[in-house]
Design a protein. Sequence first.
Length: 197
Amino acid sequence: MGAFDGERAVVVGAGVAGSAAARVLVAEGATVRVSESSPERPGAAELLAEGIEVADGGHAREHLDGATLVVPSPGVPPHAQILTWARERGLRVWGELELGARLARVPYLAVTGTNWKTTTTGLLAACLRAAAPMATTPESRGTSDPSGDRSTPLASPPAIRTTPSSSPTAAMVACGFVALELSMNRTPSTVTTDSPR
């Protein structure tokens, strides 16, 4: 039994993130249609070859027909017309963070804010690895590895809008008013809040 059995999902965008979302939804039991704005997207051909429906050449209202869930790719702006149509229909709109949170089998941390997300994530990763050597962090923004003991995805403020129910173990907001930096020449005990970046 999959986590998304019975869902009829529309993934908006057939790029790297959208294709990954479509594949994980199918693997977890959902019926998936991908709505792609470009007429010829390389990822779309691969999805079609895997049996995933792709509606390309521009988003249309009918792409949402029968849907129970919409998952926009990170590059799709919140004001995109297809998302407006989804909200008008009362459809749930989940970003990739929400999708990952629903599949996570381990506690995880989320880092968001205006500045210092990468630095804060690195600091958290170092703390977690010291406490739990199996802790993992994503290689890049917007990805996570739910197979480790802990995962620390980076989230942009727009990503938070499409993450209605994820409840990370702790939420860290880095707003740029404190800069922590660890380098090869300093140990944690010598780092202060006024250390240069």
